[in-house]
Design a protein around this ligand. Structure first.
Ligand SMILES: [Zn+2]
Length: 223
């Protein structure tokens, strides 16, 4: 049974929703986050396809929470950044957070965790301690960027999508979710970098199957 809730309000007061499947009494949830960067619709499409499948049937013994439009204002303006022109995947309070942008295209914000979306995510992660996080992005260099103990799940995914498994995206990303959750809190986190500009058909077939394989693997590992 799907349950939609208000996750947070964006900078300019728009409602960002979360969608949950499975009873929270079943233990810690899997978190699916997408739309962190508003110019990466591939992940949002995949998250909604998964939501649609889960609405038909949800068979897992753990709950799942989806936040498909994490950076709603960025998505509405096809902008990587949020309503304050901050990169939400550089704003999390990691040990390596720095107010100097490593790349001017990825501004980290005036302070770590300064943004309403980041604050809500940090607080949600603290309260819910997810068993696994998938953050759906897109990038020319497609990959499964794996942080924390997630190799078995990443390998199961690779069998379907044939993406390389990498510990790093290839350049420093202070304030990112992989570091915040995966490396600093031991919450297995896969930043799923879907091939940028991939056709809708491929996202909805190949990558839906890949993500569902990941869920099956998490279930299998639980036994
Ligand atoms: Zn991204």
């Amino acid at each position: 049974m799907l349950k939609a809730e208000l996750f947070c309000h964006s900078v300019n007061g728009l409602p960002v929703l979360s969608h949950s499947f499975g009873d929270s009494s079943l233990g810690s949830p899997v978190l699916i986050l997408s739309g962190v960067h508003g110019n990466e619709p591939e992940g949002v499409i995949l998250a909604y396809r998964l939501l649609s499948e889960f609405q038909k049937t949800y068979v897992y013994s753990f709950p799942c929470v989806l936040i498909p439009e994490f950076n709603l204002e960025g998505l509405m303006s096809v902008n990587r950044l949020n309503g304050n022109s901050v990169d939400l995947n550089r704003n999390l309070p990691t040990k390596d957070w720095n107010k100097e942008a490593f790349n001017p295209k990825y501004p980290p914000g005036p302070a770590a965790n300064s943004e309403p979306e980041s604050k809500a995510l940090v607080s949600w992660i603290d309260r819910n301690r997810p068993r696994f996080i998938f953050s759906l992005h897109s990038f020319q260099n497609f990959m499964l960027n794996a942080n924390g103990d997630c190799l078995q799940v990443a390998e199961a995914m690779r069998e379907i999508c044939n993406y390389p498994i990498e510990e790093s995206i290839g350049y420093p990303t202070p304030g990112c979710l992989g570091t915040y959750a995966g490396l600093e809190r031991s919450i297995p986190t896969i930043t799923y970098e879907i091939e940028r500009g991939l056709s809708l058909d491929k996202i909805c077939d190949l990558h839906l199957r890949t993500l569902m394989r990941a869920f099956d693997k998490i279930e299998e590992l639980k036994r």
